[in-house]
Design a protein around this ligand. Sequence first.
Ligand SMILES: Cc1ncc(COP(=O)(O)O)c(C=O)c1O
Length: 427
Amino acid sequence: MTIVTAAKPGAALWNPQAHMPTARAKRLVITGGQGAWLETSTGDRLLDATASLWHANIGHGRERLARAAYDQMVKLETYHTFGRFSNEPALELADRLAEMGPIPGAKVMLTSGGSDSVDLACKLARRHWQLEGRADKKIILSRDGGYHGLHAFGTSVAGLQYNRDGYGTPSLIPETARISTNDIDAVRRSVTELGPDNIAAIIAEPVIGTGGVIGPAEGYLEGLEELCRRHDILLIADEVITGFGRTGRQFASQRWGIRPDLVTMAKGVTSGYAPLGGVLVAPQVADRFFEGADAPMFRHGLTYSGHATACAVALANLDVIEEEQLVERAAWLENVLEKVVAPLTDHELVEEVRAGAGFMAGIHLHDGVVGDSIAEACTDAGVLIRVIHDNTLQICPPFVTTEDELDLIATTIAQALDAYLTRRTTS
Ligand SMILES: Cc1ncc(COP(=O)(O)O)c(C=O)c1O
């Protein structure tokens, strides 16, 4: 008789961005969430210091969003928006996003997430210059340390080299190049070297997130905008993390007073309650597609562009943000967070504390400190922390987090660092 043993539940799951032997050995299963708190399959409660992947802005467990999804689904789960088709939530959401964004008179294309938005924006930038009769303008520039998702364009413009490696060419999609993270003079030199007539667009996160939480140097974003205007280069602000309140304004472009040609967004548009993204497009790029019998088409779209249920959820999420004044709250929490993490600067294991450019912080640990071990110790102590690029601990909690909870995050990190130091000294 052959005995068939059941595989461990979930044995087939191949996690994204994971070293699978470690992921399987240390699996952490989140089963529930309420506000800034999570529950795990082992019954533990964890404070969500990372808002999942930077997206749970209004906090977990909001029944109102579940109802919005239910109400829409029982009426019409979705209908596609190709050609002349549309659905009511997609129309309403597009108008609302255009109204609240940093580009007057913007048009809005909806996507199913951040990588889709980046793909769309980069394609549209190239298409724009083709239609302008400047076919050489193809290069997409992106910042060292920038993260723009992992579709083909996002992979190609990644400023994190390990996400670009292993595909046989330096850039999966040809004609991309990196520019300095925060030195505007170096960016000017790069533009001159590559030739402005060859450059379609610069894509930049106003505050670099996954690359280590790096705020813009004084004048950097304004400098990028000026450079783009002077050389007919489109400016794409990647606001997938910074959009919808994370920097104390609806969009970071508004905080730093820049006016991009395209804005990519996702995450906070639904706070993660449904997968959705979008791109705001300025009139100088969009208008030609909207006017005249011989208007060209932009041949891009996804089955789920403008998914009705996702759009209904986004509308409910935006209502919550507005009614509870969560953007204003995020602006206030930014100051509280900056204050509570400041003492970590003096810790022997810390290279730098980066805070003050939105309700987010990065605790950059010295080389050789095993960041994953610190993050795990925090998680074991009840505060869910994650390591991002450059051995940096990511902090970007939901906007409903309290002052006491921010204190708890900082003290838990401090205790984990102390314990690590003691272990290291005694071993
Ligand atoms: C700035 C930025 N752009 C794009 C993306 C990709 O978004 P998604 O993972 O939804 O495809 C991310 C994801 O973290 C991001 O942080």
